[in-house]
Design a protein around this ligand. Sequence first.
Ligand code: SF4
Length: 399
Amino acid sequence: MHVPFCVRKCAYCDFVSSPLADAGGLVPSYLEAVKLELERAAPRIRGIAPITSVFIGGGTPTCLPLRELESLVAMLAQSAAQAPGATGEIEFTVEANPATISRAGLSRLRRAGVNRLSIGVQSLDPRELAVLGRVHTAEQALSAVDDARAAGFENISVDLILGAPGQTPDSLRRTLAGFLALDRPPEHVSAYCLQLETGTPLERSVSLGETTVPDADDTAKLYEVVVEALSRAGYARYEVSNFALGGRECVHNLGYWRGGMYVGLGPAAHSHLPSSLATLDLGSAAATEPMPSWVRSWNTASTQEYVRKVMSRESPEDGRETLDAEAEARDRVMLGLRTAAGVDLHEIDAECGTDLSASLMPLMRERQTQRLVEIDGARVKIAPQAMLISNLVLVDSLR
Ligand code: SF4
């Protein structure tokens, strides 16, 4: 579920989110619409059973009024619980900005059923935070982890940015050390490279020469700093940019990388479903024929348009792409190769009804001689030392 509001816009952000000051009036109608969309999505949600994860992201979900966020959590938890086949506790994540949470509020979210908190930190360096336009301080970021612990969260993730203006290996080491020195460091770290998105204030400032960002080589060094510091602290890199302690990999993201089914709700939310489910609306029965194709679809990115459509009982879908079995299988290879476990080409062929391994294996063997991938039977994975240039291999898989 996508929440399209933030306290204010960060300098580098082109996600679908509006500052509350500009969009505050839209919050009640957004909440009404997203609840209605959730109700109408019930048949599709039941169709993807068993549900393994729920994720409320954004934007900044925690900038919503707490009572409203609790109510969304309760509705989603109930919807997931009603889907058949659920076993045990599912992963339920909410994204949070350190400036928008309190210990008491986090306790309420925990009681409502949220069991994983993903805290957007990006850096603990005050200058980096300022140039990125973050609304929180380094102290607030560290307190957020402590508050989440006190509220009973056993599964906490922090997001970091690599390649922020002025960031150096030393400043990044200090950021990492800040978290690793906590009594209980976060179980999960995501470290993504900064993308200069066209039209953002940071991109304009860089193109005018007012601000400089680390170049590709320097960013590669920053990545190595993260890999080294987190490995030393016991984290496993299970995906190019994601690290987990004690097996706390993100179930939700693994679902994306393994080609799983998902239903997205809210403006700009994406779904990935077999075609038999993608067209299901309230009241119709799930089709039982084999799955000949897959559908990726996305909702309109305009919150106003989203609200208007949902409230007038129209679909908020803005576009869709139908993938035949071959395209679906190639997508799964591309996504799966991001993970340290890689992909089993025979498994993907069996799931999609394709014969992709026959055409891909020669390419992969070529990459193996270049020490870019490792092959074990039908399983192919990016060689650890090649994670940084893994895109080369990903492109191969799509040829
Ligand atoms: S908090 Fe996240 S979604 Fe909101 S403006 Fe900043 S980067 Fe974008």
